[in-house]
Ligand binder design. Structure first.
Ligand code: GLU
Length: 898
């Protein structure tokens, strides 16, 4: 710096004075964009002075001194400049040293021009500040908060000085009783603690007022703590928002609004920038800082003022002002002229009010969206904020022709949507690929006339949104960033994705299902002969056997015809015998079941009815058993481990399950509210590394070789099951969705492409392609035959054989009724013939019947009438004739007859 000062003292301009060369001093902390602007602007004054009557004739010499923050050093620099006969001093940016410079300039009456934001309300006469007035900015921020209908917000500020800009916001909202939280950012570079506190407070609205130097870091850390999300809205107080890289925050959905003084699309700005395009050191006008543009404009204002001063009086500068503690008599005139000048520069209309504050400036209201910062309105003193009406999201009239356009189409190597060709020779370009998606693009290109180049998404990630940062990955990200025009694969249309990109109408419909191994044959068992009937039926059979056997026993005892003379040759037996003892009854029924019969033959009508019913029953049951047993022996029984998603949750077979790690299936499980699916998701997330493969192919391999079920889309399951015969789809679909072609949001080609898909659908081309890639190519149809004969043997249940039980029940019931009638009839007859009481007789009979042990019955002796009765065919018991078809006749001869 010392060398610079020494040099300056001996500069010729100082010697020649105001008449030929005018010195302007620039005090800058570093040789940055502001210093460049100062240098360039002075050069423009010199270069254009001959052709522009508004510019001074004198040569303006820019003296730049790099200063530090030490007031003493800065005052030395000011003195050095003053001693050379400087006409105006520009800068510095530092608040403390700038005030020091201003005091010195006030004393020496050298115009002092600043371009920094100054919170002071009272300024010295010798100062001209180009920066918009703090109070005006404060009012704009208030209006913004009102327009956004913020009822509660947090002001995050860097230094207490910044609160001046928040003055109106603080006052107004506080009085209305709304919540305003004020938090100061710490020293830095770590701001996370306070940012985390803001996040925890749940306040969604934030006014961030900090210098551009730390803005980028604060936003980065805000994103890290999750404060930049679609739930948060920011107003950024810095006018230099556009100069930092906002790309990382573009896709998070955060409402980020700011103001800017420089409109990069303004012709004056573009023109000025392009004049020195190679010298600015930045890429475009949007990278110009407000301070640099203001310094540029201020030098231009100075030049015009100088011209006016020189035209009015023959002015000159004074040297050695500092040494002689003197003042420059024309300094205040020059300052007054500068304040009265009205011109247009990079920062718009340059005009000052009577107090020397810049008035009538215009600001742009900008908002960050998916494509970067966009102008959403303007502010000026008279009209306040006027918003640009929103453009409709999609303007159908903007539909463009696709003819001769070349699209970069993203594909993934996922069979059968996109595959590498199996070819002996090495293919190049688009020829390397084949598949369903490839053919669709080819057919669309034929209809719409576009060209295409395929690019493979090597990591096979289709696109998911990071719930914390809001950032997308995979194919969707590439489309959003314009790195590809279209994406086609098994790319599911989801609500989230639809917000980020556009989709054509679906070219395929599907839903999530389970891919699992086909049921495996059950091993043979010792008791497989029991399989033809269900357990229930076996239980019923056993019960029926017991009941019917007992009924035979009872009915046999009740039925008079079942009591027979054990020795037919004895005319008047002492007792009668009954064949239906308990043992015989059980033997008779089991004999029928086993199809073997027995020597016991029912005699009475009722027992025969019962036997008939039982034989019918056993006939049907045994036939059914034999037939079903044959099926069981022929068809291998399969063991089905899971029947639906619920079975996986409480699976006792230890089956692991998962879905493609980054895909719409996983997203479905993450978003679901169904308790079963949520529980499945918990398991999958907990065991992510083990159960969530990166590709569908890896999932299919796991299904084939491990005890693993894979949640996959039905269309792809069909494809795999056509080729790998030991895997299959389990149960139906968990949801319903479709695949579409993705393109950039608001793409003008969406309608045309959707119409193309419709045409392919209507003409049957899509169906043909589906058949080609699913059933024919690459081993399609391999499992068709096997899948044809998958009939299964099932045990017969009550529903199948219940009818036979019913028939038996009816038969047995009828025979019981008949038995009762027979008994009553016989007892009635006996009571009449024997002349005994009917009741006594029936009591006697029943008493005997319940004596279960006795299978013989003593014959009651006949009274006088017995002979005549005998000729009527009635036995000695008084019961009806034994139904053998004959009545044993006992011939008794008396000794006289002999
Ligand atoms: N189609 C899915 C997607 O678009 C990929 C496969 C899956 O998640 O099952 O993300």
């Amino acid at each position: 710096m010392l060398i610079e000062l020494i040099l300056m003292v001996f500069l010729p301009s100082g010697i020649f004075g105001f008449g030929k060369t005018v010195i302007v001093g620039g005090l800058f902390e570093e040789d940055d964009l502001t210093a460049t602007a100062f240098r360039l602007s002075s050069r423009v004054l010199n270069d254009e002075r001959h052709g522009n009557p508004e510019l001074p004739n004198q040569f303006v010499e820019a003296q730049i001194i790099t200063v530090n923050n030490d007031p003493y050093d800065v005052s030395q620099s000011v003195c050095a400049l003053a001693n050379t006969g400087v006409a105006a001093i520009f800068g510095p940016s530092n608040k403390v040293t700038a005030r020091h410079v201003q005091n010195m300039c006030d004393t020496m009456e050298i115009p002092h021009i600043e371009a920094r934001w100054d919170s002071r309300q009272i300024r010295g006469n010798g100062l001209l500040n180009m920066y918009p007035y703090s109070y005006t900015l404060s009012k704009i921020y208030l209006q913004l908060a009102e327009d956004f209908e913020w009822k509660t917000f947090t002001i995050l500020y860097e230094s207490t000085e910044n609160l001046i800009r928040m003055h109106d916001l603080l006052k107004r909202w506080d009085r209305r009783g709304y919540t305003v939280t004020v938090r100061q950012l710490p020293e830095g570079p770590n701001y996370r603690q306070v940012l985390r506190e803001v996040k925890m407070s749940g306040d969604p609205n934030i006014v961030l007022d900090c210098s551009i130097d730390i803005l980028s870091e604060v936003l980065k850390q805000a994103q890290q703590v999750g404060l930049i999300s679609d739930k948060h809205s920011f107003i950024i107080a810095s006018l230099d928002l556009s100069t930092i890289n906002l790309e990382p925050y573009q896709h998070g959905g955060t409402n980020l609004t700011g103001l800017r003084l420089i409109d990069p699309d303004d012709p004056v700005v573009i023109d000025t920038f392009e004049k020195h395009a190679s010298e600015w050191g930045v890429e475009g006008p949007s990278q110009l800082t407000t301070e640099a543009a203001l310094i540029y404009d201020s030098v231009q204002v100075f030049g015009r003022a100088l011209k006016q001063l020189d035209d009015a009086i023959v002015a000159d500068t004074k040297t050695s002002l500092c040494q002689n503690v003197d003042s420059w008599e024309h300094g205040s005139s020059l300052m007054n002229i500068m304040r009265s000048i009205e011109s247009t520069g990079m920062t718009g209309l340059i005009k000052f009010d009577s107090s020397g504050y810049r008035s009538n400036f215009k600001l742009d209201l900008v908002r960050l969206d998916l494509d970067g910062l966009h102008k959403i309105g303007t502010w000026n003193k008279t009209q306040g904020i006027s918003y640009i009406p929103k453009q409709p999201l999609f303007d159908p009239t903007a539909e463009l022709s696709l003819r001769n356009k070349t699209f970069l189409v993203l594909i993934a190597i996922t069979p059968p949507y996109g595959m590498l060709k199996e070819s002996a020779r090495e293919e190049i370009g688009n020829e390397r690929f084949e598949g369903f998606g490839i053919d669709i693009i080819h057919e669309l290109a034929k209809i719409l006339g576009f060209k295409y180049i395929f690019e493979v998404q090597t990591d096979n990630v289709y696109g998911s949104k990071n719930s914390q940062t809001g950032e997308w990955n995979g194919m969707i990200k590439k489309i959003m960033e314009d790195k590809a025009d279209l994406a086609i694969t098994d790319l599911t249309i989801t609500a989230d994705r639809q917000e980020a990109v556009d989709f054509t109408m679906p070219f395929m419909n599907l839903g999530i299902s389970i891919l699992f191994r086909k049921p495996t044959p059950m091993g043979s068992s010792l008791f497989s002969f029991l399989m033809p009937f269900s357990n229930e039926v076996w239980m019923y059979l056993l019960g029926t056997y017991l009941v019917v056997s007992l009924l035979f026993f009872v009915a046999g005892r009740l039925c008079p015809a079942e009591w027979n003379n054990p020795y037919p040759c004895i005319e008047e037996p002492e007792e009668l015998e009954n064949q239906f003892s308990l043992k015989n009854a059980f033997w008779f029924t089991i004999g029928a079941i086993m199809q073997q019969g027995s020597e016991i033959a029912p005699i009475g009508m009722s027992t025969r009815m019962m036997a008939g019913s039982w034989w019918f029953f056993t006939l049907i049951i045994v036939s059914s058993y034999t037939a079903n047993l044959a099926v069981f022996l022929v068809v291998e029984s399969k063991q089905t481990l899971i029947k639906n998603a619920g079975d996986l949750l409480n699976n006792s077979h230890g089956i692991k399950y998962g879905a493609k790690v980054s895909g719409s299936t996983t997203d479905f499980f993450k978003a679901t509210t169904d308790p079963i699916y949520s529980a499945l998701n918990d398991y999958m997330q907990k065991n992510k590394k083990e159960v969530m493969p990166g590709t569908n192919d890896a999932g299919v391999q796991k299904v084939m070789h491990e005890k693993y079920a894979f949640f996959m889309e039905s269309s792809t399951i069909l494809y795999e099951a056509e080729r790998k015969c030991n895997i299959t789809q389990i149960n139906g679909l968990l949801d319903a969705k479709g695949y579409g072609i993705a393109m950039k949001k608001n793409s003008p080609y969406r309608n045309s492409l959707s119409t193309g898909i419709l045409k392919l659908q209507e003409t049957g081309v899509l169906k043909e392609l589906e058949n080609k890639w699913w059933k024919q190519k690459r081993g399609g149809g391999a499992c068709e035959e096997k899948s044809g004969g998958t009939s299964d043997a099932k045990p017969l249940g009550v529903a199948n054989v219940g009818g036979v039980f019913l028939v038996l029940a009816v038969g047995v019931a009828l025979s019981c009724i008949y038995t009762a009638c027979e008994l009553l009839w016989a007892v009635g007859c006996t009571s009449i013939k024997e002349n005994v009481s009917f009741v006594d007789e029936i009591k006697e009979e029943l008493k005997f019947v319940v004596k279960c042990s006795a299978t013989t019955k003593p014959v009651r002796r006949r009274k006088a009438s017995s002979h005549s009765n005998q000729s009527n065919g009635e036995d000695s018991n008084g019961a009806s004739t034994p139904p053998y078809g004959f009545v044993p006749t006992v011939i008794t001869t008396s000794p006289e007859e002999k």
